[in-house]
Ligand binder design. Sequence first.
Ligand code: NAD
Length: 323
Amino acid sequence: MERFDSVVPVRTWAHAVVTGGAGFVGSHLCTALLDQGAAVTCVDDFCTGNPDNVAHLMDRPGFTLLHADVTKPFEVKRPADLVLHFASPASPADYLRLPLHTLETGSLGTRNALALARRHDARFLLASTSEAYGDPQQHPQNERYWGHVNPVGPRSVYDEAKRFGEALTTAEAGANGTDTGIVRLFNTYGPRMRGHDGRAVPTFIRQALAGEPLTVTGDGTQTRSLAYIDDTVRGILAMAGSDLLGPVNIGNADEITMLDLAQKIIQLAGSRSTVEYIDRPADDPAVRCPDITLARGKLQWTPVVPADEGLIRTIDWFRHQAA
Ligand code: NAD
């Protein structure tokens, strides 16, 4: 199945709609799009995001904040040429707390965001996830791998919602000719993550800055690949600007064990914290690393922010928040 045979056109946007725009990734996307001269409507129900994440944008010309739950049909006030569908609880702590809302946002929410794109004849981009690969049996994961997901495990509310969203997006393109794309984001970190959202980087940084033990799950040998938010945003906008259907992996291929990550954060934060081992959650993937050959080749995208630099920027942001 060859679905990635296009050349990347350069595109700018008049008006982009970002669902989940008051969340971590979405708020950085809103900023980047405004910086590129687009008007931006940020649509969010604040179930895991926060208006504070876009407070710095409220006075910028062209920025609109729309408080709406995308599981219900929604409309924007001016013609849109891009819809970035990023609404979804994303951290395990959030989607385990909001299981039905997560499933409904991935299904009904994706349907409503696709309908908006269709009405406006806009390009649509779905934020999917490396979780679509589940606990992978292939390593690293390329886009042709179908994944290894437990459909009734605790994480399934997120994994299966995203897999359904991918199916819906693909069907919409085929059935109605809507211009759609899918990005599979791997773990991304940076400023505006929440210290208590349960994800490794903000948890470790919060603990390191408080001088508490860093809680490493299992024996800490499980791996993740971590991309800094600026790299991820560039990748997302490169995919938006292409006419690729995807899915396309966007992530950093530098893999790190959770124990090494904890120790690196202790060192970069200048902390005296120690490491404490706690139980590993059910269905937690043992390895996770993207094959980004496709993004490199078709989007001319590659991550450039070194881990130490991204972590220092993130630690500085958390330190500033705590001050
Ligand atoms: P986040 O929780 O910070 O942001 C999600 C935003 O969506 C929040 O502002 C939340 O209030 C909003 N939202 C959720 N359900 C909604 C609904 N029904 N209607 C309106 N708004 C709703 O999470 P994030 O890390 O910024 O993730 C953003 C997107 O990127 C998600 O779709 C996630 O699956 C995807 N993603 C993120 C990562 C990552 O490492 N951060 C990795 C893979 C995929």
